[in-house]
Design a protein around this ligand. Structure first.
Ligand SMILES: [Cu+2]
Length: 357
């Protein structure tokens, strides 16, 4: 055989089975919609810096999958602390709405073609509006108050391991740990039904971290590169195995998502996605979290939600090679809660990524 033929054969074999990192870099659809974490891997030696902004808006309350009004909550929903000193038989403080903003800086590095390491931090800004009803019964409103908390949440360290990776198809597993860098001791001033304003530990949804070291396991499969249509799917679960210093553990979380993408040009793709999310109740109880309010009840934290989302991915070319931009908007299709719990209205995600080759 002539050397030219051997070289051509080798190049063809590389093109068919190679790492496809060049294609990954220039096709907008080679990353999942921006709301999917750990969706892609890197070629050996590559670094990636990223920043994601997430905003979630919630308003009104659900019991199961149906709306429940504040007046109904405070006259019919039992207070788990009833019987303790000063505790009314029903809930008397109702969350009205909540805005959550999350800033997520991220770092990825691939020590080899097989393994990509990922580190992601979270910085939370949470704000919840409440309505307090007067005394132990009836529907007379005493007043409204806001609770806000902000600060670093938990940090995740994850290894992504390639099982298959070629020009049109990729499969990788995720194994990681959520590190308890977020506070579980946040405090706020509240308005009680007895018209007092004590400062006390905030209920669970306003805390910033879990307080526990939690394993993360997942898998991602995706197919792009053989035309304008692409698709992918991911499973990702967080398991809470031990109680934290405050005598409780958050519920396990499970996420399943699948998306389809359309490549308009190499630089621009759009996506449609469905996302299923399930969270268990809290087990144990923080003795410092107590009050006639749903958010203080460990058994009113579980939820199942199905979201639908539309997304846009843009990848830089020329001088902007290595830069990516993504945006995604999700709305719930189905929600079912161990309530009452606030109802999710919408979620926005915006992200910027920079790969260093
Ligand atoms: Cu990356």
């Amino acid at each position: 055989m002539k050397p030219n033929f051997i070289t051509a054969t080798l190049l063809a074999a590389l093109a068919a089975t190679g790492t496809a990192s060049a294609d990954d870099a220039v096709r907008a659809d080679s990353h999942a919609p921006i709301g999917v974490m750990g969706d892609h891997t890197h070629a050996a030696g590559e670094w990636m810096f990223s920043y994601r902004y997430m905003r979630m808006e919630m308003a009104g309350n659900l019991q199961g999958d149906e709306s429940i009004a504040p007046d109904t909550i405070v006259t019919t929903e039992p207070n788990r602390f009833a019987g303790m000193p000063g505790m009314p038989p029903t809930l008397r403080i109702v969350p009205l709405d909540m805005d959550m903003t999350m800033h997520m800086p991220g770092l990825m590095y691939a020590p080899s073609d097989t393994v990509t390491l990922m580190l992601m931090g979270t910085y939370w800004q949470k704000s919840m509006a409440h309505r307090t009803y007067m005394g132990g019964m009836g529907t007379t409103v005493l007043g409204d108050f806001d609770v806000t908390t902000s600060g670093w949440g938990d940090t995740t360290a994850t290894a992504l391991v390639r099982i298959a990776h070629n020009a049109t198809y990729r499969l990788h597993l995720a194994a990681g740990l959520s590190l308890p860098t977020g506070s579980t001791d946040e405090e706020a001033t509240v308005l009680t039904p007895m018209n007092m304003r004590p400062t006390q530990r905030t209920p669970y949804p306003m805390q910033l971290g879990s307080g526990t070291w939690d394993p993360i396991i997942g898998a991602t499969i995706a197919s792009t590169g053989h035309g304008r249509f692409g698709w992918g799917a991911q499973w990702r679960s967080t398991f809470r195995l031990t109680d934290n210093d405050d005598d409780y553990r958050l519920g396990d979380e499970h996420r399943l998502t699948a998306w389809a993408s359309w490549l308009w040009s190499d630089a621009v793709s759009t996506s449609a996605r469905v996302a299923w999310y399930d969270r268990d109740n809290i087990s144990g109880i923080d003795p410092q979290i107590m009050g006639p309010v749903q958010t203080a009840d460990p058994d009113r934290q579980a939820l199942t939600r199905m979201d639908a989302g539309l997304g846009l991915n843009v990848v830089g070319t020329g001088r902007l090679r290595g830069w990516r931009f993504g945006v995604e908007y999700l709305v719930p299709l189905l929600q079912d809660v161990d309530g009452p719990q606030l109802e999710t209205d919408a979620e926005w995600l915006i992200g910027v990524q920079k790969t260093v080759y």
